[in-house]
Design a protein around this ligand. Structure first.
Ligand code: ADP
Ligand code: MG
Length: 309
């Protein structure tokens, strides 16, 4: 399988000295539907900016379909379609012209450019609006226009930065259907979002970024299992040399040091089972505490954020 994106040790320090990315590495395989999830300010747009070469990285390397973006500017540009977070098309241009002009930048002949504009404006429900000034579109329509524009040259890789921001629920669904369709036709898709629910519905692969670091890089199934479990630290009254074998296959135990064990259990399980089990093995527990993991903290801060706004 070919690798669509390979990022190694990417770091970005902005001119004001702010370290937005602190050395991230990521791999996206061809055909993936990949989510980069993280709260506001995590570094998602910075990462996308670097992929599109609009943001200059401080260090690290980027390859698109095995080609270095610095040495293969032209090829990698063709492989890539970017839907940025901010609307950046010419608002005075007509809807159709936004797509046709973009196709022109990629050297498509006029006829093919018009054909592509029709194809994608139709698919994205904007064909009726083709002669309107793009300024007059609603937020959700502008977002879809940016998708149509990014697809004008039919890139192998489509990267969308918060594609559903400002899009209402109903249209969001049709956008998801559209993205799912082009993914199943072979286009690799990477999107950023700060909604776990969105990534959960759409994406099979997921990386979580927080404060410029990748804190999870996994598939959706494993992530959900992890989110649905709880980890506790049991402090013991006596030293222990080996991890006890628990009779529950869904509960895992790990010795942190001789006086404490870390135990992870599914959310629907009662922690009392663990106490009883340890007790039956002659292990005495002095105290127990919740282990807050970084993932949990991320989602707690995310919830606080949305409550505050
Ligand atoms: P996200 O897209 O995940 O919300 P960004 O990549 O936009 O995050 O930003 C990451 C961090 O870098 C934020 O703290 C943001 O304020 C900061 N940042 C972004 N752009 C600049 C810039 N041009 N100069 C200084 N800091 C920036
Ligand atoms: Mg952003």
């Amino acid at each position: 399988m070919s690798v669509a994106i390979s990022i190694k040790n990417l770091a970005k320090t902005y001119a004001n000295g702010f370290e937005a990315l602190k050395g991230i590495s990521l791999k996206v395989n061809q055909g993936d539907f990949f989510a980069l999830l993280g709260p506001n300010g995590a570094g998602k747009s910075t990462t996308i900016g670097i992929l599109s070469t609009l943001v200059k990285r401080s260090s690290g390397s980027v390859e698109i379909f095995g080609r270095n973006v610095d040495t293969h500017v032209y090829e990698t540009k063709y492989d890539l379609g970017i839907v940025p977070q901010e609307f950046n098309f010419n608002q005075f241009e007509k809807v159709q012209d936004v797509v046709v002009t973009q196709a022109g930048y990629y050297g498509l002949p006029k006829e093919l450019a018009l054909e592509r504009a029709e194809k994608y404006l139709l698919k994205l429900g904007l064909w009726e609006k083709r002669n309107d000034r793009s300024r007059s579109l609603s937020g959700g329509m502008k977002r879809r226009l940016m998708i149509a524009r990014a697809l004008a040259h039919e890139p192998r890789l489509l990267i969308l930065d918060e594609p559903t921001a400002g899009v209402d629920i109903e249209l969001r669904r049709s956008m998801w259907d559209f993205l799912t369709e082009i993914n199943s036709n072979g286009t690799t898709i990477v999107l950023t979002t700060h909604y776990l629910e969105e990534a959960e519905q759409l994406c099979k692969k997921i990386a979580i970024i927080d404060e410029g670091r990748i804190i999870e890089d996994t598939n959706m199934k494993d992530l959900l299992t992890k989110l649905d479990s709880e980890t506790f630290i049991f402090d013991l009254t006596e030293n222990l040399d080996v991890v006890p074998e628990l009779k529950f296959p869904d509960i895992s135990a790990r010795l942190i040091d001789q006086r404490s064990i870390e135990i992870t259990l599914p959310a629907d399980r009662n922690v009392n089972d663990v106490f009883l089990e340890l007790d039956s093995k002659g292990i005495k527990v002095a105290s127990m505490r919740n282990k807050t993991n970084r993932l949990e903290q991320l989602f707690i801060s995310r919830i606080e954020e949305s409550n505050a706004s």
